[in-house]
Design a protein around this ligand. Structure first.
Ligand code: HEC
Length: 103
């Protein structure tokens, strides 16, 4: 029974993999909608807004999920919580792929 459950979970992970590897082009388009107003072109950072380009995908996804859940990280999280709340899982994956690809 345990083996069967593990098998099913494994198969599910395998099948759902493409949904989690973000689309850089789509991420760029989503980023252009409003993220750049604060984080600057390509996520390079602007004034007191953090640089977010070139970071690990897992780090970016984790941060965006945390903000989306309404959890504070730094002193200005309220701004970011507002920005992350409308994001879908796919948008987060795309944004992370795009930002990770900016060097
Ligand atoms: C109104 C300004 C503003 C906008 C627009 C904005 N952000 Fe942010 N973002 C911030 C601030 C301020 C922080 C730091 C918040 C804190 O103190 O926790 C932040 C933090 C982040 C972080 C975590 C950085 C780190 O290393 O901890 C990521 C990732 C991020 N933003 C991505 C995005 C994305 C993607 C968008 C577009 C959907 C976006 N932001 C739109 C202001 C903004």
């Amino acid at each position: 029974m345990k083996g069967l459950i593990l098998g099913i979970v494994g198969l599910f992970l395998l099948l759902s993999e493409p949904a989690f590897s973000g689309d850089i082009k789509a991420g760029e388009a989503r980023y252009a909608q409003n993220c750049g107003n604060c984080h600057g072109p390509g996520g390079m950072g602007l004034a007191s807004y953090p640089k977010i380009k070139g970071k690990e995908i897992s780090y970016l996804v984790d941060r965006l999920n945390t903000y989306r859940a309404g959890t504070k990280i730094g002193p200005n999280s309220d701004l970011m919580i507002m920005m992350a709340q409308p994001l879908s899982d796919v948008e987060i994956a795309n944004l992370a792929a795009y930002l990770n690809a900016q060097k």
